[in-house]
Every structure is written in C-alpha cells, then in structure tokens.
Design a protein around this ligand. Structure first.
Ligand code: GUN
Ligand code: FE
Length: 454
C-alpha cells in the first residue's frame, strides 16, 4: 500500500466533552496505515501538502455531503449470540443464559456453523462502522480460532477470547470446559494461535483472556487465567457486577465484590475490560481507577438485564477508563451509534429518575447526564484509551481507522439543512440519526475494508 491523503470535513472528539470539527481538513496517511499529518486550511504547509498530494495522484476529495469520522470501538460483544439478536429478551439474566444463550453457544462445537455466523457478523459490524471489536466467542477452541480468522480475512481490528466456563454447578454438562486445566491449556493454545496467524504481523487481531464471569468459573480457573494474562502479556475481559443476582452471587461465594475478587485472582490490570460494572462500590471504583483498567458500559443491555443503570458520571469523574459496548445479544443493536444514543438516554434517565410517583427531588441522581460529544468520545477515543490502542481520533501517530458518513444517500435518516445546520449540528445529527446506509466507506489500519462508493 502507498500512502494517501483525504480532504474534507473531519469530525472527532479527541478530548472528552468537546468536539473538533474541521472543514476542508487534509488528512495524510502513510504507507504503514498511520496518520502522518492532519492539516487545517490556515496551516502554513496546507497548500503545498495539498498540491503535492494532488500531483502525486494520492488525493481523495470528499463531497459536501460527506464527513470523515473515526471508526467506532465496540468494547463488549458476544459473537456467538449474533443469531439471537432481537429475541429472547423477556427473561432475567440467569434464565436467559441457561434457557437461551447456553443452548445457542453450544452449537459452535460445529465449526461450519461458526463460519456461517461469524462471517455475517464481522461484515455487519464493519458496515456499521465498527473498526475495533472486543469479542467473547464460545468455550470451543476451534470455533474461536475461526472468529479470529474471519477478523483477519475481513480486516477488522479485534480482540478475541475463548470463553472459560468450567464450574459444573453453574454451567450445563452439554456446554462447559471439561476441567480448569483443560480450559487453561486451551486458552494458551488460543493465544499462541492468534499470535502466529498469517497476516497478523501487525497484531490487528489479539487474543484476550476471557473468564465468562465469576459464577461460571472455578477458583482454579480464575487464578490460572490471572497467571496466563500476566505471563503472556495478554488483555483480559469478563463481566463484573452486572445485575442484582450476579453481584449477590459473588458476594455470597467469595465474601467480596466482583472487582475485589477479580483483583485477587490477578484479573484486574491496565489491559482489563470489565463489562457493565453497574453495582461497583466506591472502593471498587478506586481499585479499577488505580490500576487503569477499563469498563465497557453497555447501556442498552443494562435496560434488560441489569436492574440498574451504570453510574457513568461518577466513574468519569474518578478518571476511570470507560468505553461503550453493544453487548449483543443482551443488546439488540449492532450499531455503536445506537449505543451512543442509549448511553445518553440512560444517563438522562438516571439524572431525572423515571418513577413519576416519586417526588422530583428524590427521583434521580443530579448531574448524571452526558451529551452527544461525551457519548461519541466513549465510542471512539474512550474505548481506545481503555484498550491502550492508538486509534479513535485523527492525530499524527494514530492508526487510520475511519468511516465516511454520507448524508446524501437515498432514504437517509440523517437530514442536513445547509441553511440551518452548522458543522457541529451535523456532527450531533450524525451521532443521533445516522444509520448503516449512511456509512459508505470504512478503513481499518489505512486499508479500505468496505466501499459502497465504488
Ligand atoms: N454474564 C455472563 N454471560 C453473559 C452474557 O452472555 N451476556 C450478559 N449480558 N451477561 C453475561
Ligand atoms: Fe456481555
């Protein structure tokens, strides 16, 4: 690949709480897929750089309806639950796992089934602008390897985890690791497989140590996974204090919170992503913050399974690393723009409260709301910070993971009124109203991975 330059309106949120919109920006991407320069029209080098790119035939100009935004980061998604998207949401978490989700996930013993689902999923996520996904796969080694293969093939940046669930008390006979020892051996085999994959020299796809959650794992598996994460310098993901049932289960079993227990097993590190964490205490937040671990806030799924809304503002005020996840299929949308909308709505529900029978003063939690800029930051720069990746913004040295949003497509739900909308208004409208058909092109690591403009 040779380098290239793009000229047009860029929109991103490098700092949480503000947005940066630059019209006629010039973004230069090097042959290695990293951004080399981002120039504004009044920068001294702008005209020369523009002319050079034009002469070299490496310039692409966006049209007036088109906007360049960073690719979206889904910090928490269950790949095998893709066929379950949009169904079975009437049950509480425990029953949903036992009656719907474990039977579905068990089917991935068949790698042909895995290929069918994972091919569809990775393509759909890219089409929704998700350039990085942090995946739970299943307990099966081979099917999980197939998910990593699909990410490499389609060029999606990803973290892929073989799920560990070995406790016979909580996991059914037909779907669980045969023993802690086997789960640990397969986790190491999977790490080695991903790191040795052809075409993965740049570590586009990385392995991630994945205890499903404390209730489904034996203590031996949890401590063994902590050691593996340390020895193999690997990211970690799990579910943390998700619902009343789950949080209480861990308090009963270990006499401490999920966070404290996971930390004691060596599973809370700078490279850990904790899904949900709705019921974390102040000391839990301090522990997570001190280590620099990340939280995947999954607002849509919280409405179905969590009995509460994540205390997002409190976590951000404490400086915790937070991003957003779809939590498919606990959430019923593949779109990270939807996740932004649900994050705003959840924060507003928390702030005002929702029960009209209560007095206004006691109904909610003051100052909990976030706006569209903070939501978009969570879905891009915030997620990147949690993962310790140089993506999620347009700046020199960052990988070029991006999406082209076009307001001029047929049947657009994104409507721009040139005489009424400022460029910042358009950014807001994209976050609130753009859909998959507005996303016309997607780049990962500087390579075009989806192109509907051709
Ligand atoms: N806790 C353990 N497994 C799961 C899962 O698949 N989805 C959600 N939302 N929570 C879980
Ligand atoms: Fe989940």
């Amino acid at each position: 690949m040779t380098g290239f330059s793009l000229r047009g309106t860029i929109m991103h949120t490098p700092e949480r709480g503000t947005c940066d919109v630059v019209e006629r920006a010039l973004v230069e991407v090097g042959a290695d897929g990293a951004i080399t320069r981002v120039l504004k029209p009044d920068d001294a080098e702008y005209e020369t750089a523009l002319e050079e790119a034009r002469t070299a035939g490496r310039l692409t100009e966006l049209s007036g309806n088109q906007y360049l935004l960073p690719g979206l980061i889904d910090l928490h998604i269950h790949a095998p639950q893709w066929p379950q998207l949009g169904k079975s949401l009437h049950l509480p978490l425990y029953d949903w796992l036992q009656n719907c989700t474990f039977p579905l996930e068990a089917k991935y013993a068949d790698t042909a089934f895995a290929d069918r689902v994972y091919g569809s999923l990775v393509s759909s996520l890219l089409a929704n602008g998700t350039t990085t996904a942090v995946y739970f796969a299943t307990a099966h080694l081979e099917a999980t390897q197939r998910l990593a293969d699909h990410c490499i093939e389609k060029g999606q940046r990803g973290f892929v985890g073989k799920v560990v669930m070995d406790d016979p008390e909580q996991c059914p006979d037909y779907y669980r690791d045969a023993s802690a020892a086997q789960a640990l051996d397969e986790t190491v085999a999977f790490i080695e497989y991903v790191r040795g994959l052809d075409g993965n020299g740049s570590e586009l796809v990385r392995p991630i140590v994945t205890p499903r959650f404390i209730p489904s794992c034996s203590d031996d598996a949890l401590s063994g996974l902590g050691a593996i994460a340390h020895d193999h310098k690997c990211h970690v993901q799990t579910h943390c204090s998700e619902s009343d049932w789950e949080h209480s289960f861990v308090l009963d079993r270990h006499g401490k919170t999920d966070t404290q227990s996971l930390a004691d097993f060596g599973l809370i590190t700078r490279h850990t992503v904790l899904a949900h964490s709705n019921f974390i205490s102040d000391p839990d937040m301090d522990l997570i913050g001190n280590v620099g671990a990340g939280i995947a806030h999954c607002p849509l799924s919280n409405f179905y399974f969590s009995n509460a809304v994540f205390p997002l503002r409190a976590a951000l005020n404490k400086g915790l690393h937070v991003g957003l996840g779809t939590d498919i299929s606990g959430g019923h949308s593949a779109s990270m723009l939807h996740a932004c909308r649900y994050a705003v709505a959840a924060s507003r529900a928390l702030e005002d409260g929702v029960d009209a029978a209560l007095a206004a003063e006691t109904r909610g939690r003051a100052n909990a709301r976030i706006d569209f800029m903070e939501a978009f930051w969570l879905a891009t720069a915030g997620g990147a910070q949690a993962l310790d990746l140089k993506v999620g913004r347009f700046a020199p040295g960052y990988r070029f993971d991006a999406m082209l949003v076009d307001a001029g497509v047929e049947d657009s739900s994104l409507l721009v009124w040139d005489d009424l909308d400022t460029a910042e208004d358009v950014f807001q409208k994209i976050v609130y109203t753009a859909e998959r058909n507005n996303i016309r092109k997607v780049w990962v690591d500087g390579i075009i991975r989806l192109d509907k403009t051709a």
